[in-house]
Design a protein around this ligand. Structure first.
Ligand SMILES: [Zn+2]
Length: 314
């Protein structure tokens, strides 16, 4: 081997060493990101989902813009709305990550709407085919008519009187607060954790859905006020990150302002189109979906107020 050959072999060896070092650094980086994600409670299996602890034994699971909750009790895990078949695949993994060796005690549907209630087949496949499903009696009635094989029927119904589940030391009170959004709404109240879980009739700084189809706005506000009567500090939602009592107060103030402004417009003799054009509530401009749904919210409330006064014969 001459001098030039020796030099080029040395150079090649140095290049190989450099490549090995680069690969090692990259490998360490990937591993550390994985560890960090795990420590924060983020599901590493799908970027669409995450889970995190919100109170003692109580966890929030998010899939895209849907949220749900699961609670670890001495009787096993109680999982609320499974959301969808795809979401439930990640939901099952989240439950196992948060509560290793988890046994699923039961599934609870907060209401019949299938964008929250679908997915129990996946949880049953993962945790046991006979896992009970709890829901309001009106959810069972509605789902029976719907006959959707992706939404298995509740096996145990809850009446308007509610029901306490889990164990006496850490109870979960399922409550019916009234008819708004649907006539099948259950909320969960965890007195030990001072936490409530409310879906769709109350959201985190967000407009109501489109023109509030089928929503009795008076009942909606009454339900939100009934929530505030419960002794809680944290609220978790079907949409939006968890918050405190102030979030519920803001929702009430928003709907009351909508009713106020719309009633004023009606009293001035404005049509629905005029009211939708004139009414703005600047202080809610930063809320989710303001640009898309605020005008529709005005229209929904306009029709509700108008219909109510027509029914009164005024
Ligand atoms: Zn709903």
């Amino acid at each position: 081997m001459n001098n030039i050959d020796q030099k080029s072999t040395l150079l090649q060896w140095k290049m190989v060493q450099l490549w090995m070092l680069a690969i090692l650094v990259l490998l360490l980086l990937v591993l550390s990101i994985g560890v960090m994600a795990k420590a924060e409670g983020k599901s590493t299996r799908s970027s669409a989902s995450e889970w995190f602890k919100v109170a003692d034994n109580t966890y929030v699971f998010r899939y895209k813009f849907y949220y749900t909750m699961f609670v670890n009790t001495t009787k096993g895990v109680i999982a609320f709305d499974p959301l969808s078949n795809n979401a439930a695949e990640d939901y099952a993994k989240a439950i196992r990550e948060a509560v290793p060796e988890a046994k699923l005690n039961s599934i609870v549907y907060t209401h019949w709407h299938t964008d929250h209630s679908t997915g129990a087949n996946v949880l049953r496949r993962e945790f046991g085919k006979d896992i009970p499903i709890l829901a309001h009696a009106n959810t069972l009635a509605r789902l029976k008519r719907l006959k959707d094989s992706d939404v298995p029927l509740p096996t145990k119904v809850v009446s308007n009187d509610g029901m306490t589940i889990a164990d006496k030391k850490n109870p979960i009170e399922l409550k019916y607060l009234g008819h708004a959004h649907t006539n099948s709404m259950l909320i969960a109240f965890l007195p030990k954790q001072k936490l409530v879980f409310g879906v769709d009739f109350v959201n985190h700084d967000s407009m109501g859905w489109r023109d509030l189809p089928g929503v009795d706005v008076d009942n909606l506000i009454t339900m939100q006020k009934k929530l505030l009567e419960l002794d809680f500090e944290t609220i978790t939602f079907g949409h939006g990150r968890p918050g405190g009592r102030d979030v519920v107060k803001r929702q009430i103030a928003y709907y009351e302002a909508l009713v106020d402004e719309t009633s004023k417009a009606i009293n001035k003799g404005m049509s629905e189109d005029q009211a939708a054009e004139v009414i703005t509530l600047e202080r809610y401009k930063d809320w989710a979906n303001y640009d898309y749904w605020f005008t529709l919210n005005v229209r929904g409330v306009y029709r509700f107020v108008k219909e109510k006064s027509a029914n009164k014969g005024t």
